[in-house]
Ligand binder design. Structure first.
Ligand code: FES
Length: 630
């Protein structure tokens, strides 16, 4: 067995128990693998989303990559607070939480539904405190605090955590996709600077790898999703401009022989890039910013910039992991067997439980049923077999255990062993979907957020909150974008979950793709092309006009080589080498950056520009900019 898989011996990080906490104004961050961090400061011992279970997560489908079993549990668990961002089992490790001492407080974000706290309570975790969004939770007498930043839409129960300890700050993003506006606010809450940004860059989704697409299509979608995730992460880091950016919170790896094939997506250009690939992407793009690769047990002091690498990983190489994964799978075989035997084959009562399960789901939200409006087929294999159709329609839910629907629009194929714990209430649908122990098919090939939303939330309060959010939002604020020589005025915020499209979108061939969750909208009609979602408010303004540049608050400089004579005439003065704006508030120049945007600008395109200056005064001082035109 490679020494990386050794249990609990050794280094400084692993034997921290009882040691005096950090003194002074800084904090010491110890990376625990995946999204887990331990933060020590003067009078502060904080654990964040620790995932240490050697049984992995999601019915032994996911394991920490690389393994973190060398870390000493007793040392880590000796803490005052533990944050748990959401109820996915790679963040809510019940084996860790149930081992905490009575004096440790578990802090969770306040979500609209009660599933999260009920699940903790059912596992015997007491001492839990729910913290409202953005509220500063005091961690000690010296003024250290943390705040949860949940995703904007209540459809997504994920939250980042902002920590301020002494003079140091950390934005721990977990799996949350923060909008640019949330990121700016987080920076402002910390006095204008975040020291460490821990950012997820690997997807955690079953689409497309569990879908019955041809292999080439899976590879193509997977590469596109990876690119979008990288781009969104890079943009967020550009907004935050932290002292250090660290990719974390994934990928996972798969050790059960049944699903080990998914490990192929760890390799480029797969959906689950490792931290090394993420670092290689970010470094050349975040000029002037530090980007680091941390491995479990590494420690970092944000104020001094001192990084102490765990010596265990001296010979570890992400690019050569096949042998490592083989050894890891052999080492975890007993745990995988133990988990499988904890989920035995079901009996014939599964059928009635399935009907009852969907009857109950059908009573939860007419709003969701209206928007699902489809027949979902379950092809169940294993000890109990069947072809079961579930009609989820505005008028209600009907289950046909004879599977007579002529044109189901969605189909899941799964083993009854994994269906049983859902319908008998041991696990949730998302635990199964994330386990990737199923295959799926759909026609039309569009994502139905409401189907997944109903299954994953499965409680009236959470669903009602989504309904209220979606019915209450407005599309008042607009941005102008251009594609193929035509301008469109669109609502600035994505109708799905509120991402700022001026910052986090790409545009090509008349389609705007939101980098929040990769939903695509037709610019001419506003309709969502790859999911069931409200349309984007859009208005066609006509062809790109040939007018002069007019930017009242930001002074524009445009590229001599790339803009052509029209732009130079419009500016009426010498131009610089790249598209640039100068902030009149602080006088600092910054440039749009990407060659892509320079090219688009050179071609006379309209661009959507940030409303805020990305210089030090980025928080509102610069007011609005204009879409430059050539
Ligand atoms: S916020 Fe989810 S796709 Fe736009």
């Amino acid at each position: 067995m490679p020494h990386y898989l050794a249990r609990g011996a050794g280094s400084e990080a692993r034997s921290a128990r009882g040691r005096a906490t950090v003194s002074g104004e800084s904090m010491r961050i110890t990376y625990l693998g995946h999204a887990g961090l331990r933060v020590d400061g003067e009078d502060l011992r904080l654990l964040m989303d620790p995932w240490l279970s050697e049984r992995g997560a999601f019915q032994a489908a996911w394991f920490q990559f690389p393994a973190n079993s060398h870390l000493s549990r007793p040392a880590l668990l000796d803490s005052d607070y533990v944050t748990v961002s959401h109820e996915h089992l790679d963040h809510m490790d019940l084996s860790v939480l149930s081992g905490l001492g009575a004096s440790t407080t578990v802090l969770i974000p306040r979500y609209p539904g009660s599933n999260f706290r009920n699940r903790l309570s059912a596992a015997g975790i007491r001492n839990v405190q729910e913290v409202p969004a953005w509220s500063r939770y005091p961690l000690n007498e010296r003024g250290d605090w943390l705040a949860f930043i949940p995703e904007q839409s209540p459809m997504c129960h994920d939250a980042a955590v902002l920590v301020r300890a002494g003079a140091a700050s950390l934005l721990h993003c977990n799996d949350a996709r923060l909008t640019a506006g949330q990121a700016r606010r987080a920076v402002a809450e910390c006095g204008g600077h975040v020291d460490v940004l821990a950012l997820q860059m690997s997807s955690a989704t079953w689409h497309p790898i569990c879908y019955e697409y041809p292999p080439a299509q899976i590879a193509e979608i997977s590469a596109a999703k990876r690119a979008a995730k990288f781009k969104a992460a890079g943009r967020l880091a550009s907004v935050v401009r932290p002292g250090l950016t660290v990719p974390f919170a994934g990928p996972m790896c798969f050790l059960d022989p049944e699903i080990r094939r998914h490990n192929r997506w760890l390799k480029a250009p797969g959906l689950f890039p490792d931290q090394k690939q993420a670092v290689d992407y970010l470094r050349p793009r975040l000029r002037g910013q530090q980007v680091a690769l941390w491995l479990p047990g590494d420690m970092f002091d944000p104020l001094s910039g001192r990084h102490v690498a765990d010596s265990l990983w001296r010979d570890f190489d992400f690019s050569d992991c096949d042998e490592y994964l083989d050894a890891y799978a052999r080492a975890r075989r007993p745990e995988i067997e133990a988990v499988r035997s904890a989920f035995p084959e079901p009996g014939a009562d599964l059928r009635d439980a399935f009907v009852e399960h969907f009857r109950r789901l059908g009573e939860l939200s007419p709003y969701f049923l209206e928007r699902i409006d489809m027949t979902v087929r379950f092809e169940v294999t294993g000890a109990v077999e069947g072809r079961w159709d579930v009609d989820l329609r505005p008028e209600g839910v009907r289950v046909d255990l004879k599977g007579r629907a002529s044109r189901p629009e969605y189909r899941f194929r799964l083993d009854s062993r994994w269906l049983a714990p859902i319908v008998f209430g041991q696990i949730g649908w998302e635990d199964l979907l994330l386990s990737m122990r199923f295959s799926a098919w759909r026609n039309p090939d569009i994502y139905n957020d409401y189907l997944v939303g109903l299954l994953k939330h499965a409680e009236p309060d959470a669903l009602a909150c989504v309904e209220a959010y979606e019915r209450g939002r407005t599309a008042d604020e607009k941005v102008v974008v251009e594609s193929a020589g035509v301008r469109y005025q669109v609502s600035r915020y994505c109708p799905h979950a509120g991402e700022d499209l001026a910052m986090s979108s790409t545009i090509a061939d008349g389609v705007i793709r939101c980098l929040g969750h990769n939903l695509e909208f037709d610019l001419a009609t506003g309709s969502c092309l790859n999911a069931r979602c409200d349309p984007l408010a859009t208005r066609t303004l006509g062809p790109v006009p040939r007018a002069s540049i007019d930017s009242p608050e930001l002074e524009a400089f445009l590229c001599r080589q790339q803009m052509g004579s029209l732009a130079r005439r419009a500016l009426g003065r010498p131009t610089r080498a790249r598209p640039m704006f100068r902030c009149r508030n602080r006088g600092r120049a910054w440039r749009r950056g990407s060659r892509e945007s320079a090219r688009a600008l050179a071609a006379g395109a309209w661009m959507s520009w940030s409303r805020y200056c990305s210089s030090d005064c980025r928080f509102r001082s610069c007011s609005s900019s204009r879409s430059p035109q050539a």
